[in-house]
Design a binder for this molecule. Structure first.
Ligand code: GMT
Length: 378
């Protein structure tokens, strides 16, 4: 099958998920065509085509009209590459551009699969026009998917979707071979040069540092853990809240114990080197970073919110507490880090859950079945 994938290329869960999907589809012999500004951050171009659409469009299209340029490119890609299915990750701009392209292609338009990732579902107080547009996109798509049952409920409610509009839960997945457990801690050497970390516990977090990730909570958790045991924190990723996080680390006197690793392309060696993954977000529709940590055998302490409990089994593969409850998360982190038997049990269960429920090979079968269903309905 030839699949046109539209997604964000910047670091962030939806782009990572779409990139991993492209990689796996290509591995399985499908034609993979990304249409967008760039390939998703972590993806190697081997065997994968990028049909580039510069973010900055020259006049008269202008800088604000990326959606239009994306739709125009998609029309050409469909016409030249015998595309069987368009898969848009995130409603705006990707499904919006796909809908525009499909309108222009008319009878020759391939079916559209829309995957909602969470922050593209309108907030409870969103304007009526926005809800109406997103609702129309969801109703017109040939299939709508979400990564968690929690997001299905929210999407149905906020978009006022009728019962007959099927919304399929297809979880994000992880390459359990690449993201595997191991004892190698050498990835930490460059982050804490000259530091002997043999007795220190290593906490870790990866995200795009948006406010929803509550990055300051990470530092407050570390501060509490540090009162009881030597510990350091590795923060992977880039985003708008990073400067505030750096300032808070300094204010708390933690600068030497916090490493800002920036955008990390090769995450598994870093995850493997860590004892605990933190995800204290205000909200998560899934929590792909937590799944990748679990696949490396790293337990998770995070927020009891959205779809995260569908990934992290509370008490079995990590510990979840109310978003913002730093005391509870710090207490959980201390419990796990000071009890090797408990940490070992959570670690094994985390890896086991990732392999059992979220293995790339299994989830890919569901994507292939869904593509077949929309390409050859009935
Ligand atoms: O969490 C982010 O800031 C990135 C965001 C995105 O849209 O790229 O991630 C969302 O999609 C991911 C992939 O499905 C999920 O794992 C994240 O939980 C979800 N983020 C939120 O719901 C806040």
């Amino acid at each position: 099958m030839n699949v046109a994938l539209l997604c964000f290329h910047t670091l962030g869960g939806s782009g990572v998920a779409a990139g991993e999907l492209g990689r796996e589809l290509s591995r399985r012999g499908h034609g993979v065509h990304f249409v967008g500004a760039a390939l998703p951050g972590r993806l190697d171009p081997n065997g994968i085509r990028l049909h580039a659409v510069p973010l900055e469009q020259p006049p008269p299209v202008g800088t604000q009209a990326f959606t239009f340029a994306l739709a125009a490119r998609l029309v050409e890609v469909v016409q030249h590459e015998r595309i069987d299915v368009i898969h848009a990750h995130y409603a705006v701009p990707h499904a919006a551009a796909a809908a525009l392209a499909r309108a222009a292609l008319d009878g020759a338009a391939p079916p559209l699969v829309l995957t909602l990732h969470g922050t593209d579902v309108p907030a409870g107080d969103a304007r009526g026009g926005e809800v109406q547009l997103l609702r129309k996109l969801a109703l017109d798509a040939h299939a709508v998917t979400v990564p968690s049952a929690a997001l299905e409920t929210t999407a149905r409610e906020r978009l006022r979707l009728p019962g007959q509009r099927r919304v399929e839960v297809i979880p994000n997945f992880v390459d359990t071979v690449r993201f595997s457990p191991g004892a190698d801690r050498s990835a930490l050497a460059a982050l804490f040069p000259g530091r002997d970390l043999r007795t220190a516990r290593v906490l870790c977090h990866a995200s795009n540092f948006r406010p929803v990730k509550r990055p300051l909570d990470l530092l407050h958790i570390l501060a509490r853990v540090r009162e009881r045991m030597p510990a350091v924190l590795v923060l992977a990723g880039e985003g708008p809240e990073r400067p505030r996080a750096e300032a808070e680390a300094k204010r708390l006197g933690l600068s030497a114990d916090v490493a800002f690793a920036g955008a990390v392309r090769n995450l598994p060696p870093l995850l493997r080197a860590c004892d605990l993954f933190l995800l204290p977000s205000a909200h998560e529709s899934f929590g792909l970073a937590a799944l990748e940590a679990m696949s490396c055998g790293v337990p998770v302490v995070g927020s009891l919110t959205g779809g995260l409990p569908e990934v992290v089994e509370d008490g079995e593969t990590g510990v979840l507490a109310a978003p913002g409850d730093v005391d509870a998360m710090a207490a959980a982190a201390l419990r796990v880090l000071s009890d090797p038997a408990l940490r070992g049990r959570l670690s094994r269960a985390a890896r086991d859950r990732a392999v059992r429920l979220f293995r790339a090979e299994e989830v890919l079968l569901r994507w292939e079945a869904l593509y077949r269903r929309v390409v050859e309905p009935g």
